[in-house]
Design a protein around this ligand. Structure first.
Ligand SMILES: [Zn+2]
Ligand SMILES: [Zn+2]
Length: 440
C-alpha cells in the first residue's frame, strides 16, 4: 500500500529543508539585534481564541479553519452533542492570536509593563485552494512587539522587517514596501460606513463576494481579485482622508522616521490586510516576479485592541509575518538558494582490516568539528569513492593494509590539486592542522 501526502502539504527534504532552516536562522540572528527573543506556542489552540482574535467575518475563520477533533469529540459531534469550549480546538491559521494568548496567560505582558519583543517560525494551517506558493500547511516567520503605541516602535518593526529581506541578498529595487494607516476605533467605524455605502451604491458592478461582505467586512472589497471590483474600488473613499487627528499624526510620524532611516515605501490607501485586528499602521512587502505580477512576501501591522479582546487590559502591539514558501521561491528565482553544506572528509576503508581504524578516526574528527562520512554498507573502495563524489566531499582519505602497516595515509582534496601525507599515530591532530591550513 502506498500513501500520498495530503493535498496542499509539502515535504521539505535535504536541500529544501536547508533553505527553510537557513531563513529561520537568519531571522533569529537579525531579530536578536533588535532585542527579540524566540517564542513557541502550541500548533492548536481553542477555536474561540482565533475567532476572538482574528474576527468571525474573515475568510480565515469563515472558510479556512482546520478543526482538531479527538476520537471522543468526533463521536459527540456525530451524535449531535455540542462540544464544550475547551473541546473546540483548531490548528493555528496565523501566530499573533496564539502569542497574545500566551503572553497574557503567562504574565509576560502586563499593562504599563516593559516592552515584550518575540519572534517565531513554524507551521500555520489554512484550508485554501492549493496553488503555487500557497499551501494548506505553510510556514511563517514573524515577530511581535507588544507594549508600545509609539510611532518609533512601528518604524523599528518595519526597519527590522526590511533588514531581514536585505540580509538574504534580495535586491531592493525588485521589492515595494506598501504602507497605510487603517485608523483606530475613533475614525475607522465612520470610514467603514462610508465604504459600505459606496459598495451598496455600486452593487450592480461588484461581485457577489464583495456584496455579501458589505455588512460584515466591507473593507475586504479592496482585496477582491475580480478586475471589475478592483476598478470600482479604485474610486472608493480612502482611509487617509478619514483619519482622526491622532491617527493622522501617528501615521505622519511613522513616515517621517522611515524617511529619515532611508526606507523607501509607497503609500497605498487601499492596503487593508485581511484580518480584523489591525489598527493604524499596516504594511506589506510586494515582490516583482519579473513578469509584472506582484506577490506579497509578508506584511503586518499594529493591533492595539487585540490584547484587550483576550483580557481586560488595553495593551498596544504590532508585528508582521513572512510567508516562507514564497520567500524561498523568491530567493530561488534570483539564484539565492541556500547552499547545502557538504561532507568535509570521506574516510574510505581500502581493506576490511582498516575498517575499525576508519570507524574510530571518523568519530574523533567529528568531535573536532569536522563533518565526516564513512561506509556502512561493506562497499568496495571503488563504490566508496563514488559515494565521496556524490556527497560532494572536500577531502578523501583512503586507509588500507598498506597505510596501517607503514602508519602513513594520504589526505587528498577532491576539489583542487592538493594532497599531503600524514602520520596515523596523531591522525586527528595532523588532519586538523592540514585542513585548517589549506582553508586559509
Ligand atoms: Zn469583488
Ligand atoms: Zn483615529
Amino acid at each position: 500500500m502506498s500513501f500520498r501526502a495530503p493535498k496542499g502539504t509539502n515535504d521539505l527534504i535535504a536541500q529544501d529543508a536547508w533553505g527553510y532552516l537557513n531563513i529561520c536562522k537568519q531571522a533569529a540572528e537579525i531579530f536578536f539585534r533588535y532585542g527579540y527573543q524566540p517564542i513557541q506556542t502550541p500548533t492548536f489552540e481553542s477555536l474561540d481564541a482565533f475567532v476572538r482574535g482574528i474576527g468571525s467575518a474573515t475568510d480565515v475563520i469563515g472558510k479556512e479553519m482546520f478543526y482538531v477533533n479527538s476520537a471522543t469529540s468526533l463521536e459527540k459531534l456525530i451524535a449531535g452533542v455540542e462540544l464544550k469550549a475547551d473541546e473546540r480546538l483548531a490548528l493555528r491559521p496565523e501566530m499573533t492570536a496564539g502569542v497574545a494568548r500566551a503572553v497574557l496567560e503567562r504574565g509576560v505582558v502586563v499593562a504599563d509593563g516593559p516592552l515584550v519583543k518575540l519572534h517565531y517560525a513554524g507551521s500555520m494551517f489554512r484550508h485554501e485552494r492549493p496553488q503555487k506558493g500557497r499551501l494548506r500547511e505553510f510556514h511563517q516567520i514573524g515577530a511581535e512587539c507588544i507594549g508600545s503605541a509609539e510611532p518609533t516602535a512601528d518604524a523599528e518593526v518595519i526597519m527590522m522587517f526590511i533588514h531581514f529581506f536585505e540580509s538574504l541578498g534580495l535586491p531592493k529595487e525588485r521589492f515595494t514596501l506598501l504602507l497605510n494607516s487603517m485608523g483606530d476605533e475613533h475614525c475607522r467605524p465612520a470610514y467603514r460606513e462610508q465604504v459600505k455605502q459606496y459598495v451598496l451604491d455600486h452593487a450592480g458592478q461588484l461581485c457577489e463576494d464583495c456584496l455579501r461582505r458589505a455588512d460584515t467586512n466591507p473593507l475586504r472589497a479592496f482585496d477582491c481579485k475580480n478586475p471589475n471590483c478592483q476598478s470600482i474600488m479604485a474610486e472608493a473613499p480612502v482611509i487617509t482622508d478619514a483619519l482622526c487627528p491622532e491617527c493622522a499624526d501617528h501615521y505622519a510620524e511613522v513616515k517621517r522616521l522611515l524617511d529619515k532611516a532611508g526606507i523607501t515605501y509607497v503609500e497605498d490607501p487601499y492596503l487593508v490586510r485581511g484580518l480584523d485586528y489591525y489598527t493604524r499602521t499596516v504594511f506589506e512587502l510586494q515582490s516583482d516576479d519579473g513578469q509584472g505580477a506582484q506577490n506579497a512576501l509578508g506584511g503586518g501591522g499594529r493591533y492595539d485592541r487585540l490584547l484587550q479582546e483576550f483580557g481586560d487590559k488595553s495593551i498596544p502591539g504590532l508585528g508582521f509575518a513572512i510567508g516562507c514558501e514564497r520567500l524561498l521561491m523568491a530567493l530561488e528565482s534570483r539564484g539565492l538558494k541556500a547552499v547545502m553544506p557538504s561532507v568535509q572528509v570521506y574516510l574510505a576503508a581500502a581493506s576490511d582490516d582498516a575498517r575499525p581504524t576508519v570507524f574510530l578516526l571518523a568519530d574523533e574528527l567529528r568531535r573536532n568539528a569536522f563533518s565526516v562520512e564513512i561506509d556502512h554498507q561493506s562497499r568496495s573502495l571503488k563504490s566508496q569513492l563514488k559515494s565521496a563524489d556524490r556527497l560532494g566531499a572536500e577531502y578523501l582519505v583512503a586507509i588500507g593494509s598498506d597505510e596501517l602497516s607503514c602508519g602513513v595515509a594520504t589526505l587528498r582534496s577532491l576539489r583542487e590539486d592538493f594532497s599531503v601525507e600524514f602520520g596515523l599515530a596523531d591522525a586527528v591532530q595532523n588532519l586538523c592542522i592540514i585542513m585548517q591550513k589549506n582553508k586559509c
